[in-house]
Ligand binder design. Sequence first.
Ligand SMILES: C[S@@+](CC[C@H](N)C(=O)[O-])C[C@H]1O[C@@H](n2cnc3c(N)ncnc32)[C@H](O)[C@@H]1O
Length: 241
Amino acid sequence: MADCSRTVDDIKRSIRSCDYANSKETTKFYDRWAQTYEQDMMMINYRPAHLAVDFLNANFCGRREEVQVLDVGCGTGMVAKLMFELGFRHFVGVDGSKGMLDQAVKTSLYQDLRLALLGTQRLPAETGMFDVVILVSVLCPGYAPVSVVRELCHATKPGGFICIAKGLYPGAREERYKKDLDRELQLMEDEGLWSLVGNNPTDRYMENSYLTTEADRKDEQEERYISGNVYLYKKSIDLNR
Ligand SMILES: C[S@@+](CC[C@H](N)C(=O)[O-])C[C@H]1O[C@@H](n2cnc3c(N)ncnc32)[C@H](O)[C@@H]1O
């Protein structure tokens, strides 16, 4: 049962307690968090799932009820819930945390949920199978490696969409990761694998967990939120790739 007495500061302290050393440790952290994840995220103004789904939806043309969606790093199913409200009906989810997948099952929205630690295991998805591949808040140090973006593209049908939401967390490790990610995204475009439909930057991705107290918030308003991006790509139609 959820602990209703948890405050915003408790939640941020808990997030800071994960050292994000590697994806195995990170997903164990999510196993422990799974039961209160959605409620906690609501309390710290977690916006990425909404930002990604809204941006995808604004650029999507097609029959939503017919398309196959792959939700990578699906967690408890927040993304699928939002997409369902907009008319999308067919979802497959992948995550490295069994605890998070146990919560996702309860939504009854996924036709399949697959356990896989990305970076260590290949993305468990058939090549060219999905009309939409979406990944929200999974690309960062200690989570999934940059190499996963190529796998997202492989799983997408020619002409399909790949939507990626990513927060910009403070620190040198994150800066290096972001540089590598930007290089890979551009390289894939140069190789003709996909083209950028749009990049939607935001300076309010989610609250900054490294600012904890009420006093901090008042003194440093500008850092209350971390910034982030939603990238939307369209896979090339050329079937020879
Ligand atoms: C911040 S949550 C985002 C969940 C969901 N997309 C959302 O927006 O609510 C990050 C998710 O990524 C998963 N994750 C982190 N690293 C992973 C990896 N290497 N392979 C698979 N899942 C991973 C975690 O288990 C967790 O469910």
